[in-house]
Design a protein around this ligand. Structure first.
Ligand code: RFL
Ligand code: PHB
Length: 394
């Protein structure tokens, strides 16, 4: 078989890339180990930067997003018994949109299927080969058990943190930065209308909590838990009791409802450089992971492939390697900004087990600062809505 771009992984990165390439007349195949149903149901991110919304709109993918997405002009930071609003609209003129990753993925798959795009679910034993040649090879076993080999002009590794593409870059040419955190997130999807108009990020001595949402009828809530926690230790009553404790505020009520889904997510910061080796290009979680506190992972994945679609178009249609050569460096600048912001939000809001009381005082001071200084609040806001560098005057 032959195609122009072999794409490994049908997450947001791989799916958007195949769509953007198709719009530019470039053929691709997407191969995915999981089933379509699994990809469409996997609960993950919820917040889209305005730039991500624009990318989806420009690509003709925002019909449902524009109808069902919930535009948010800020967030609440809660600490020391107070809840303060950070007003993104006022500080930056921009907003974010709450629209679940599951919905982004459903829209992308529907668009690819409607356009007759090649996506194979339920494949196994993915291999990439000859990636430093002009004709890299993608091999996999289809859902029918038949081994296939696809000759490509380029391969995109959009296969997430646990994928195989990153390992195709020789270790001596790769630099990895990685750090774990001494806590995880327990996330629930609850069948109850959100108790808040904006997301609430709560600092509490018992641990961080986040109130997010999915729709006018569905809430999404998270609790900081120990990193090796078993979900069995958290029956629904314990989860609600802990959420009630961490969000407690006089005159405000957290509404409870049935827990429709729950899971525990470990947290790490991880960056692998370069994001390109020959004709293999990494994008999204395959190359970098951030802790979810800054709501950046999905947005970085979409930004990477927007860049990559342009780079592959000029490589494959005009024969120009200029953008492909710049791909890794350009992406990594944004990745490092998001990596720092996510680490900063995480360490400001979570309580580190075993840390002395000095840590809590420093966190509270920082939280007071970002909610009282316009300069500090603007810094948080411009990172949250998606930082775009602008030249400094002079
Ligand atoms: P994905 O979504 O992991 O997709 C990779 C796909 O590749 C497949 N795969 C393979 N396919 C073929 N062959 C192989 N050998 C393969 N190995 C793997 C996998 O099955 C999968 O389908 O990566 P992608 O596309 O880079 O997208 C990244 C995002 O999914 C991720 O960054 C975000 O979900 C992170 N994230 C958040 N990001 C935000 O921007 N805003 C948020 O509010 C936000 N909240 C979150 C989050 C992630 C969370 N979890 C569960 C990690 C909240 C949570 C709780
Ligand atoms: C979510 O809605 O799942 C969500 C929102 C904000 C975050 C992380 C996750 O920082």
């Amino acid at each position: 078989m032959r195609t122009q771009v072999g794409i490994v992984g049908a997450g947001p990165a791989g799916l958007l890339l195949s769509h953007l390439l198709a719009l530019r007349g470039i053929e691709s195949i997407v191969v995915e180990t999981r089933s379509r149903e699994y990809c469409e149901a996997r609960q993950r991110a919820g917040v889209l930067e305005s730039g991500s919304v624009q990318v989806l709109r420009d690509a003709g993918l925002a019909e449902r997003l524009d109808r069902e997405g919930l535009e948010h002009g800020g967030i609440y930071l809660q600490f020391a018994g107070e809840r303060r609003h950070v007003d993104f609209r006022d500080l930056t003129g921009r907003t974010v949109t709450v629209y679940a990753q599951t919905e982004v993925v459903k829209d992308l798959i529907a668009a690819r299927v409607a356009a007759g795009g090649a996506i194979e679910f339920g494949i196994s034993d993915t291999e990439v080969d000859a990636v430093t040649s002009d004709k890299p090879i993608l091999r996999y076993t289809g859902a029918d058990g038949v081994r296939r080999e696809v000759s490509c002009d380029a391969i995109a590794g959009c296969d997430g943190f646990h994928g195989i593409c990153r390992a195709a870059i020789p270790a001596d040419l790769q630099t990895v930065w990685e750090s774990g955190y001494p806590y995880a997130w327990l996330g629930i999807l609850a069948g109850v209308p959100p108790s808040t108009d904006e997301l609430i990020y709560a600092h509490h001595q018992a641990g961080f909590a986040l109130h997010s949402l999915r729709s006018p009828e569905l809430s999404r809530l998270y609790l900081q838990v120990p990193p090796d926690e078993e979900i069995a230790a958290w029956p629904d009553e314990r989860i609600w009791a802990e959420l009630q404790r961490r969000f407690a505020l006089p005159g405000w009520e957290l509404k409870e409802g049935p827990v429709l889904e729950k899971g525990i997510t470990p947290m790490r910061s991880f960056v692998s450089s370069p994001m390109r080796y020959g004709r293999l290009f990494l994008a999204g979680d395959a190359a970098h992971i951030v802790p979810p506190t800054g709501a950046k992972g999905l947005n970085l994945a979409l930004a990477d492939v927007t860049m990559l679609a342009g780079a592959l178009t000029s490589l494959l249609r005009q024969g120009s390697a200029k953008l492909a050569d710049a791909y890794s460096g350009t992406c990594l600048e944004r990745v490092w900004r998001a990596t720092h912001f996510s680490w900063w939000m995480t360490t400001m809001l979570h309580s580190t087990p075993g840390a002395g009381s000095l840590e809590a005082q420093l966190q509270l001071s920082q939280l007071r600062y970002v909610t009282s200084s316009r300069a500090a609040a603007t810094s948080l806001a411009e990172n949250y809505v998606g930082y775009r560098p602008v030249p400094m005057p002079g």
